[in-house]
Design a protein around this ligand. Structure first.
Ligand code: ARG
Length: 461
């Protein structure tokens, strides 16, 4: 009667459609290494505790090592008809070493096994994403260092607002990315906890040593409740959430690059290697990478929503719904990594066009606040100074002038207090240089920001 593990309980073969529907090997095979390493630790512990004989333990461990080597060399292929990676590895082991293989699953269930495997998989991936983020931060800091005096307009409502520098703008993203690193570190702490020994849901009657498995696998601690141990996927949701936030940041940056490389802005030009052409319009150079990142952000949000919705209302402990966790969290990881892989060199190779940034800064009355502040420094109340400056801006627009080119006579006509020194006070460079409070765009402040960020990065790595 069939070759199913549970054939004893059943009187019929499983319908082939059910087999296909149930199977997760097409997507959980990628955890083969974690599955085997987890099994080696479990088998070692069973041997040490005298639950399995030393001889069987030796066979199991070397058998598992052989399977790992053969998968990695390509000598052993995954069986697409296997139910999942756990069943596959165990079946191959038993095929290869005989009865000893059947002793591996003592005191264990696939429920705690899969919880272990996912934790190990995520634990391996988080540092990879972290190092990509760190590389992006370093790239941005380098670029900022070269653009401390590159004046550009800062925007609110996408309207030119006040002058800043390109360095200051880039460093805003560095702060976001540092927080992303912090969130990944936090997630890692709650991921690196060892659930094996929870078994199906109620732990086990065997005298196992969970702490030993914890040590063998390099976890920080063991889970405290067997029901929670098999039914917790918070760590997947946390990672998907951290990655959603990361993608949100990348999507904002991407949107700005889309704007900046348009003819309307032309603040930057993408390297030819990181842009694409059009099949019909010969003049086009498109920022496809950034648009794709903007688009893929939706995918990662979708993964987060999938995980949250999958877990909503699930009774304790394991339910098969939870098999759906893997495609979602793997997709979120793959997508974030893929985006960072192209985004970093794209940023690193793009050409900055400081003249265009400065021209844009010179045209939008972005020194109007500084003009009002000039009057305040001469004793006027801010609200009055604000109103006078508004009138001046109105006059400039009518005369097609800027605050820099409006004659002093026009200034004086609106308010007696103005003098020639107003032009110095409203020059773009003064506007930037004077904003030297911590967190401001003045070169010295941005330098301090860079120093702080470099230290923060070291602490978060
Ligand atoms: N493939 C399953 C999963 O990914 C493994 C756990 C199955 N457990 C069970 N009792 N059916 O969730």
């Amino acid at each position: 009667m069939g070759n199913k593990m549970w054939a004893g309980r059943f009187t019929k073969e499983t319908d082939e459609r059910v087999n296909d529907f149930n199977s997760s090997i097409s997507f959980d095979a990628r955890m083969y290494k974690q599955d085997i390493e987890g099994s080696i630790a479990h088998a070692t512990m069973l041997g040490e505790c005298g639950i399995n004989s030393a001889e069987d333990t030796e066979k199991i461990v070397s058998g598992l090592r052989g399977i790992l080597a053969d998968i990695e060399s390509g000598a052993l292929q995954f069986d697409p008809t296997a139910e999942d990676i756990h069943m596959f590895n165990e079946a191959v082991l038993t095929e290869r070493i005989g009865d000893a293989g059947k002793r591996l699953h003592t005191a264990r269930s696939r429920n705690d096994q899969v919880a272990l495997d996912i934790r190990m998989y995520l634990r391996d991936e988080i540092p990879v994403i972290k190092s990509q983020i760190a590389e992006l931060i370093e790239t941005l800091i380098r670029l900022a260092g070269k653009n401390l005096t590159t004046v550009m307009p800062g925007y609110t409502h996408l309207q030119r607002a006040q002058p800043i520098t390109f360095a200051h703008h880039l460093m805003a993203y560095v702060q976001m990315l540092l927080r992303d690193l912090g969130r990944l570190n936090d997630t890692y702490k709650r991921t690196n906890i060892m659930p094996l020994g929870s078994a199906a849901l109620a732990s086990t009657t065997y005298p196992i040593n969970r702490q030993r498995v914890c040590e063998l696998l390099g976890f920080d601690e063991i889970t405290q409740n067997s029901l929670d141990g098999v039914s917790d996927r918070d760590f997947c949701i946390e990672l998907a959430s951290a990655l959603s936030m990361l993608m949100m940041h990348l999507s904002r940056f991407s949107e700005e690059i889309v704007l900046w490389c348009s003819w309307e802005f032309k603040f930057i030009e993408l390297d030819d290697a990181y842009a694409t052409g059009s099949s019909i319009m010969p003049q086009k150079k498109n920022p496809d990478i950034t648009e794709l990142i903007r688009g893929k952000t939706g995918r990662v949000y979708g993964d987060l929503t999938t995980l949250l919705t999958m877990m909503k209302g699930l009774s304790l402990a394991y339910n098969k719904d939870m098999q759906e966790d893997k495609e979602a969290i793997f997709d979120a990881i793959d997508t974030a990594k893929l985006c960072l892989t192209t985004f970093i060199p794209m940023i690193d190779t793009m050409k900055v066009i400081p003249e265009n940034m400065r021209n844009a800064a010179a045209k939008g009355f972005i020194n109007a606040t500084d003009c009002a502040d000039y009057l305040v420094k001469k004793g006027l109340p801010f609200r009055q100074a604000y109103k006078i400056t508004g009138t001046l801006v109105h006059i400039c627009i009518e005369k097609d002038l800027t605050l820099e080119t409006l004659p002093i006579a026009d200034y004086k006509e609106v308010c007696e207090v103005f003098d020639e020194d107003v032009f110095e006070a409203i020059s773009l460079d003064t506007c930037v240089m004077q904003r030297k409070v911590r967190g401001g765009p003045a070169p010295e402040s941005v330098k301090a920001q860079i120093e702080y960020s470099e230290k923060a990065l070291e602490a978060l790595r």
